[in-house]
Design a protein around this ligand. Structure first.
Ligand code: FES
Length: 139
């Protein structure tokens, strides 16, 4: 056997024996994180935090960034992903005008996430929201 053939065989053997390890490592990284709440509802904060200002921003919740509007006495809480659909800035809630506004380029969104003023053209992602005990939950 020539030296080149031997190197090719050893290299092929190493590759074949390494593939299962590579696949195992890749598949373990794609496993989804465990839920911290029952069902699809995820805890994003407490009702005390929400009641302080009538809004609760959870930037790193289990479902991603969430802005919840309302208070513990409000029966119809609203929750959106506050990431502006134009270029990704974080929108803020304007209670006086009941709109989400973007500080970057002036887009405005209705309480249901629909675009009211561009340049954004796509609505904000909305979530269902509720209070259970002391926790604010969204899904
Ligand atoms: S990023 Fe919000 S309007 Fe441009």
């Amino acid at each position: 056997m020539k030296r080149r053939d031997l190197i090719n065989w050893v290299g092929l053997g190493w590759l074949a024996s390494s593939l299962p390890v590579v696949f195992a490592a890749c598949s373990s990284q794609t496993t989804s994180p465990k839920s911290s709440a029952s069902g699809d509802w995820q805890t994003v904060g407490t009702s005390e935090e929400l009641d302080k200002t009538g809004q609760l921003l959870a930037k790193n919740s289990p479902v991603g960034a969430v802005l919840v509007i309302g208070t513990s006495k409000t029966k119809n809480l609203k929750a959106v992903n506050p990431t502006c659909t134009h270029a990704g800035c974080t929108v803020t809630w304007q209670a006086a005008t009941k709109k989400f506004s973007c500080p970057c380029h002036g887009s405005e969104f209705a309480v249901d996430g629909k675009v009211q003023k561009g340049p954004a053209t796509k609505p904000l992602t909305t979530y269902a929201a509720k209070i259970e005990g002391n926790s604010v939950l969204v899904k």
